[in-house]
Design a protein. Structure first.
Length: 207
């Protein structure tokens, strides 16, 4: 018997897709109305919807596409009302500016806030890498980690890196941290530092 509160779709051989259309209507000072249509597409091996919490739970090779963002994970929950996403297992987030990977990720699609657990971030344009046990996404460009490693070098063992505490990154603006260790493979000794504050290049703006 189908539970009115819960709809389950199970499959091990094929993917299940669904499209959720979200409409936001804004009332203007004039008698006209305008609306923005947002499309979110999720595919997975199994899909479950709980009406009481307005939440989709997808498992198995999950892929979510929303406004130029691609999120992949082993499992994912998506609250339609709050736009909260919780992804776990081989998490990968990809958009025009960055790639994020993590064991688990919490993300609000509306305000771009959330948290990565055992995560790393690559900013594509400038090749900035930051990784840590816990990285908070405080806004679209602001990130904070109690402890993290920062570098502009690729690879599991970068040519140089900073490791520090209270890492506060405002992308394309500044990086602040209490540096615990600076390491390099370019014939330089490891140097212990106290603190660091670096300016980062801003995006070039048209005059």
């Amino acid at each position: 018997m189908v539970n009115s509160e819960q709809l389950s779709v199970n499959s091990t051989k094929y993917r299940v897709g669904f499209i959720i259309l979200l409409f936001t209507i804004h009332y203007l000072l004039f008698p006209d109305y305008c609306f923005a249509q947002e499309e979110t597409t999720v595919t997975s091996d199994t899909l479950e919807y709980t009406k009481s919490t307005s939440t989709y739970i997808a498992k198995g090779s999950v892929k979510m596409k929303s406004e130029g963002r691609l999120i992949e994970a082993d499992e994912m929950s998506y609250n339609v009302q709050t736009s909260d996403v919780i992804a776990s297992g081989n998490v990968r987030y990809d958009d025009a500016q960055m790639i994020m990977t993590a064991r688990q990720m919490e993300l609000n699609l509306d305000n771009n806030t959330g948290r990565l657990y055992d995560g790393s971030i690559l900013f594509k344009e400038d090749n900035y890498h930051i990784s840590g046990k816990s990285i908070e996404k405080k806004s679209e460009k602001n990130y904070f980690a109690p402890e993290a490693t920062f570098s502009t070098c690729d690879g599991p063992v970068p040519a140089w890196s900073f490791k520090g505490k209270d890492v506060d990154l405002l992308y394309q603006d500044r990086l602040k941290a209490r540096i615990r260790l600076f390491t390099s493979r370019i014939s330089l000794p490891s140097i212990a530092l106290i603190s660091i504050s670096l300016s980062m290049p801003r995006e070039r703006q048209d005059s």
